[in-house]
Write a protein that binds this ligand. Structure first.
Ligand SMILES: [Zn+2]
Length: 374
């Protein structure tokens, strides 16, 4: 996810700042400085937004700890100008687990609001302090910053509870539906509601000149569709294995194929990943990226054996397609070689899975156990 800078880690979860993160602080300094008219307001903006991101981080840690509780690994939390993302390895399909993981984020903000509310009488805050802080007419004081954070912390909880993917509210809504309905159906309904909410959000933002909110609405609209499509694909592919979708006739290289020959083959065939075979045994693997990099640094006369990857674990005929997809994602590959009892059999990748999926959808109800021509 682009380049980011590690701040620290909690229970093995890296908290990282996306490289664009400083933009939000510049924006805060500029925006607050212009509205409030001065350096003090600019500083107010930077402090207030930084503290809000502390609350965003706690919110993401809420999701993360709930995920860890259910044994779901959390890779990292990345903070970017549009908010925070906790990268979970997967979202459990058990409704109660998804519900708890989704609720845990906003719950942190609610808890923070309750704790902060205790300080309102201590600091002697009244309504005037809140309106002054929000209109940036209060000076840079602890009370004013507190009032600002207090309101926006509540806003964080409420905004995230809007029932639209990928917001927490969308996941909560789906998990509640999934307690009664089938998972795919629950997702379809939640995604449709999410899109309707996004349309209203977008229209409201257009008429009120909230350009930032328009972007969020567009993002939410497309994310809802993507979530529904991903779940549909996952459920359709469930129960199928490599043997149903792999290409037995994919082009292969030998260790002595030159990079130029490999590049020509790639251009001619449109295939972008090549198993490397020696005496019909898999000895390596070359991706499009490996090839184009090596062509530049080493030249076209280099042998494939000099650049091929030797550490790729092949899949077998009975490996579930969902497992293949997961591996392609985590290992950032487009395809994997298929090997059974030490014998190379073919190639399986995004392309083959997509092709198989479209065959399945077009022949609904027919179960093609082996499609070897993919
Ligand atoms: Zn959240």
């Amino acid at each position: 996810m682009g380049s980011s800078y590690k701040l620290f880690s909690v229970r093995g979860i890296d908290i990282r700042l996306h490289f664009t993160f400083p933009l939000i602080l510049f924006w805060a300094a500029l925006q607050f400085g212009l509205v409030g008219g001065g350096v003090e307001s600019a500083l107010f903006g930077v402090i207030a937004i930084s503290l809000l991101f502390v609350l965003v981080t706690l919110h993401e840690l809420g999701h993360s700890f709930a995920a860890l509780h259910y044994g779901v690994p959390v890779k990292q939390i990345v903070l970017s100008p549009i908010g925070g993302v906790a990268q979970l390895q997967e979202i459990p399909e058990k409704p109660i687990q998804e519900f708890i993981i989704a609720v845990a984020g906003p719950a942190v903000n609610v808890a923070a609001a309750l704790v902060m509310a205790l300080f309102i009488p201590v600091l002697g805050l009244n309504l005037g302090d809140f309106t002054a802080a929000l209109s940036l007419s209060a000076g840079l004081t602890v009370t004013a910053v507190f009032a600002y954070i207090f309101v926006y912390n509540i806003f964080l909880a409420v905004f995230n509870l809007i029932p639209a993917f990928p917001l927490d509210g969308g996941r909560i809504f789906r998990s509640l539906l999934a307690m009664k309905l089938e998972y795919v159906q629950a997702t379809t309904i939640a995604a449709t509601v999410g899109r309707i909410v996004a349309v209203f959000m977008g229209l409201y933002a257009l008429f009120n000149g909230g350009i930032f909110l328009v972007f969020i609405a567009v993002f939410v609209y497309s994310a809802a569709g993507q979530e529904a499509a991903a779940v549909r694909t996952r459920h359709t592919l469930r129960g199928y294995a490599v043997q149903d979708a792999y290409s037995p006739n994919a082009y292969t290289l030998t260790p002595y194929t030159t990079l130029q020959q490999a590049a020509n083959l790639m251009m001619m065939s449109g295939q972008s990943n090549f198993p490397v075979l020696e005496n019909e045994t898999l000895v390596g693997f070359v991706t499009q990226q490996d090839l184009s990099q090596a062509m530049q640094t080493r030249g076209g006369h280099t042998w494939t054996s000099m650049i091929m990857r030797r550490d790729i674990t092949p899949v077998s005929m009975s490996t579930p397609l969902l497992t293949v997809q997961k591996r392609l994602g985590t290992e950032q590959l487009n395809a994997l070689p298929v090997v059974e009892n030490g014998r190379y059999l073919g190639l399986i990748g995004q392309w083959q899975i997509q092709h198989f999926f479209s065959l399945l959808v077009n022949k609904a109800g027919v179960r093609p156990t082996i499609i070897q021509s993919a």
